[in-house]
Design a protein around this ligand. Sequence first.
Ligand SMILES: [Ca+2]
Length: 472
Amino acid sequence: MKKIKSLIIYAISIIIILSLFIAIKNTKDNLENKSDQIDFLEKNLQNKKDQILNIHKKLLTKNINIENLIFQDGILFEKSREKIKKLKNNNEYILNTFVSNDLIYAKHPYASSSAYIDFYDQNIFLATATGQITYSNFKKFENSKITFNTIKSNIQELIKYPEFFINSQYGIKDILVKDNKIYLSYVNQHYEGCFSTSILKGDLNYSYISFKKFYLSDMCVDQKDEYFKIPKNKLIAHQSGGRMIIKDNLMFFSTGEYRHRTLAQDEDNDFGKIISINLLDKTKKIVSKGHRNPQGLFLSEDLNILFSTEHGPSGGDEINYLKIDELKKNEIPNYGWPISSYGRHYNDNDNDDDARYKLAPLKKSHSKYGNVEPLKYFDPSVGISQIIGLPKKFSGVDNYQFVVGTMGNAKKFKEGMLSLHFFEFDKENEKIVSSEIIPINSRIRDMIYVKEENIVLMFLENYNAIAILRKK
Ligand SMILES: [Ca+2]
């Protein structure tokens, strides 16, 4: 009897092990299938993108810009959905999203369209990264369908290289409307293959704007530069910075280093810096150096602090800050890049002998090398973009609150990407005292706080959408 019992147990065990084995194998096969499917779909998508890009390029050589046709009579946004977002402090926010199928050009492989926003004189301004300027009165956002009117301009006469007007890394990097002037920062091609981040300026007009070059860097970064002969190294125009803020008669302007990393440490050029430009006499000054790609810039007038974000290497995104009083000193504050960074060069296989570390060592301390430590760094990276401060009437908290938007991509998706990150900042101790992530499920390319309406406006690169976040 005992023998039979143990035989039965033995048989059952074998059956369990066998079925487990089959289940594991099926799961593994399924996963392999899924990853094959994703690869297949991605390749198909890429083929479609390449075909469309080819068409756009060919049309441009015949002087046909499809976007001009689409934007001729304005573009349409449609209200898509309303969501409630709740923070740990029990504050509730309503998120409304307005989607446009008229936005067609993206400046990143994981975006479906790219654009920048600003608010002025009760209007939302939206500039596509390919240079179309549109606006709509904010009141229209009570409706479910909104037409943005197009403002014609001379941009196509000023910018002559075709990559600017199609899917590429090159294009507009920010819009700022202030005191009846409109400013656009953009990747400027000085001559073939040589770029800098420059600024156009025009008088605000709702039918036609004639832009003039307002700010032009003395030098450009050349694709053929010796520095790009380092293995795994080439010019990348994503690393352009481009954020603009105006306070009184001073513009703060962030610039990237186009992956010519060592430029960020030299004081004889504009790359990898935050600079100030006097609007009256155009004199410029370096505010801070040692930046890789400062894609977010915000001046808190309450704190008298300039916050910036650093789109870093792998594991090295940062939030930085600078007390405006520091500007009176003679020494230019150094934020470390590429001497110090908590990240590593992309695809270095954890190899410290990778050729890129020779000139860009990315030491794991800032202060030890005389550089300013970040207020916070993100490892893994989140693809940090714009940063804005929020007043108490929006945040409902006593501490100073600021929020950063993130991008990232679906392929290497990590928690914290495609999200809003809320931070409470203790101004006495100059420290972040709490943080919270609210997923938005899209790359947040641009973001502003609108005081008049007490709302946060965002441009979402994956939904081709303007999103409005307001207190419930
Ligand atoms: Ca740094």
